[in-house]
Write a new protein. Structure first.
Length: 146
């Protein structure tokens, strides 16, 4: 009997590939960092993040990227709600979230394609209003509003 892989298993599996870049910012480092952001307008969201894990396979060989792509297709996303799915000329991007009651505890960005292969996993405690506020804040910055 074979089990569908999960996100943590996929991150662990591919983080040791040659030329893979894997960064994990732990809860301790996040809490230390949040002490230094002061009253910056983005500081509130940093205080809600427990950890961040990023895997980037862009500099890996083609066979590694192809294997990653196949593994992503087999990933089990039970317990996640899909926010966005894009499939453009073989480049696949998914943005997912996992919730506990009314709190978003994980945001997940998965990119799998011929060139772009990456996963960004953000663990924390967010509300949907937090995400709306962040999107509106960043959209305002992009359009010259504060």
């Amino acid at each position: 009997m074979s089990f569908a892989p999960n996100v943590d298993g996929l991150l662990d599996k591919f983080s040791s590939e040659k030329n893979a870049e894997c960064v994990k910012v732990s809860r301790l480092i996040m809490s230390l960092g949040s002490m230094f952001v002061g009253q910056d307008e983005d500081a509130w969201i940093l205080k809600k993040i427990k950890s961040i894990r990023v895997l980037d396979l862009d500099d890996c060989q083609t066979n590694v990227k192809e294997r990653f792509h196949r593994e992503v297709d087999k990933l089990c996303f039970n317990g996640y709600d899909e926010l966005i799915r894009v499939n453009d000329e073989g480049e696949k991007v998914r943005v997912l979230m996992r919730m506990k009651k009314e709190t978003i505890c994980e945001l997940l960005l998965v990119c799998a394609g011929k060139e772009d292969c990456a996963i960004v996993q953000i663990n924390g405690k967010f509300t949907k209003d937090d995400i709306d506020k962040l999107v509106n804040q960043e959209t305002g910055k992009k359009h010259g509003r504060s």
